[in-house]
Design a protein around this ligand. Structure first.
Ligand code: IMP
Length: 193
């Protein structure tokens, strides 16, 4: 057996880390949390946010390699993709209640979560994306997860919100798990790390 491949996840979010730990362990990969403060630029593109954040860490924080960052956003159709790349700011300002208020009387509840993982082994930067379509619920439901989980109902699910699912169930269909599985497939087949 070869040695276990180890990778760092630069995030302060323990929920994201736990989700990643479970996904990557299925591929025999070991992940450690690097709870470093990251630079988050404002941009319309999640890919640009993730890549800039990764590049900044490479230059400023003497990282251990290999490592990755992940940026995600909730894109609501009826709001022309808002809050999208501004999801973190919007969630902190108005929360789930605020989002439900914005959706008051709106019939088209379609939304999509997008996750972008940016990875480096020290030289190249690789990007992996995952998407999950679903609907904004009419009321918050569930106690698990974080962020907009209580108001997001994945289309591939059984009608429960992300916050009503346990981590394994959320990982079966979440945007983040999809991006992380692409990373894991690349890592397990790569000779670079
Ligand atoms: P960031 O990638 O940490 O900047 O996340 C942006 C924001 O989107 C977070 O603060 C959450 O509010 C929301 N978000 C991202 N991923 C998820 C998720 O899996 N569930 C619920 N909310 C999420």
């Amino acid at each position: 057996m070869g040695k276990v491949k180890r990778v760092l996840f630069a995030t302060g979010n323990k929920h994201k880390f736990h989700e990643a730990e479970i996904v990557l362990s299925k591929y025999g990969l070991s992940v450690e949390q690097w709870a470093v403060k990251r630079l988050e630029v404002q941009s319309e593109s999640l890919e640009e946010i993730a890549k800039t954040s990764l590049a900044w860490l490479m230059l400023e924080k003497y990282p251990e390699y290999p490592f990755f960052v992940e940026d995600a956003g909730l894109f609501v159709n009826a709001l022309n993709g808002f809050p999208g790349p501004y999801s973190s700011y919007v969630f902190n300002k108005i929360g789930n209640e605020g989002l439900l208020k914005l959706m008051d009387g709106v019939e088209n509840r379609r939304a999509e979560f997008i996750s972008v993982v940016a990875f480096t082994e020290g030289k190249e930067i690789l990007v992996f994306e995952g998407r999950t379509s679903g609907f904004i619920s009419y009321m918050a439901r569930g106690e698990r997860g974080f962020g907009f989980d209580p108001v997001f109902i994945p289309e591939e699910g059984d009608g429960r919100s992300f916050a009503e699912l346990d981590v394994e169930e959320k990982n079966r269909m979440s945007h983040r798990a999809k991006a992380l599985r692409k990373l894991a497939e690349w890592l397990t087949s790569s000779k670079i790390i």
